[in-house]
Design a protein around this ligand. Structure first.
Ligand SMILES: C[S@@+](CC[C@H](N)C(=O)[O-])C[C@H]1O[C@@H](n2cnc3c(N)ncnc32)[C@H](O)[C@@H]1O
Length: 261
């Protein structure tokens, strides 16, 4: 199984509960569209659309929206929930559209999960019309109140504990994304930051939140007794958080917008 197939399967499994586990994607989707400011009637392509957090915000202001995602489960759900969106299963690195087809290409929390983000960015540029807009969001990895969990992962899997300096940690930093956007030939790059608290009901909700982040896969690969130990220590850590002000994460993201020359 390739990592792409693995990723597709992971998102297929998540499709029906994705926005329940990650409720803030709806807010960030709206903010990303506000940031890009497409005109009513603009041709918008939302790549890695998931359940439509970005696509539906563009639809709501009268854009003509096409949404693509590699996961059949996500596309099926999106097509059912928003029949006015042209939803298709497609890989971000091989967009099946002619050059210059769109006025705005959006990708909310997507570029950092792609194996070849440079290939996808070249495709985004190709399908944008001259003077078109690219708008991306990126999650900022925060250690903060989850330091205990990173330390637990370091103990069980040898993973390094990320730096408290958010710019230096995470799957992709804002600086790395900006460098990729510039290298793909985009101009007029601007960025902004958003921050919102993410309250979690209980330890099970925190566990679900971690599912797409590779940690639960790593736990499943452990021998059964070690996996049990990990889970028990995880529950104890989450309980400690709950007793000390509640399980709440400070979610941070950056917005990035640029133009095609
Ligand atoms: C973190 S989710 C973001 C979903 C949505 N944009 C949002 O803001 O809620 C990433 C999405 O990218 C999709 N994805 C992952 N790899 C992809 C690829 N190579 N091509 C297209 N979509 C991909 C996943 O299926 C998933 O729906």
């Amino acid at each position: 199984m390739t990592s792409t197939e693995h990723g597709r399967r992971k998102y297929d499994e998540l499709a029906d509960k994705y926005e329940e586990i990650f409720p803030y994607v709806a807010d960030v989707g709206q903010l990303l569209v506000d940031y890009a400011r497409p005109a009513a009637g603009a041709r918008v392509l939302d790549v890695g659309a998931g359940r439509g957090a970005v696509a539906r915000a563009a639809l709501a202001i009268g854009c003509r929206v096409t949404a693509v995602d590699a996961s059949a489960g996500m596309v099926e759900r999106l097509a059912r929930d928003y029949p006015a969106i042209d939803a298709r299963q497609m890989d971000a690195g091989r967009l099946d559209f002619p050059d210059g087809s769109f006025d705005l290409v959006t990708a909310g929390f997507v570029v950092q999960v792609l194996p070849d983000p440079d290939v996808a960015l070249a495709e985004f540029r190709r399908v944008l019309a001259p003077g078109g807009t690219l708008a991306l969001s990126l999650e900022k990895q925060t250690v903060g109140r989850l330091r205990w969990l990173f330390e637990l992962a370091a103990e069980f899997f040898g993973a390094p504990v990320p730096s408290d300096d958010e710019e230096e940690s995470g799957a992709m930093t804002g600086k790395q994304l900006n460098a990729l956007v510039k290298a793909a030939g985009f101009t007029d790059l601007v960025t902004d930051s958003v921050e919102m608290p993410v309250p979690m009901a209980d330890a099970a909700a925190l566990w679900d939140w971690l599912t797409p982040r590779g940690l639960t896969d790593a736990v499943h690969r452990l021998p059964a007794d070690r996996a049990e130990q990990f889970h028990a220590r995880f529950l104890a850590g989450a309980e400690h958080m709950r007793a000390n002000g509640g399980i709440s994460l400070d979610f941070r993201a950056t917005l990035h917008a640029a133009r095609t020359p």
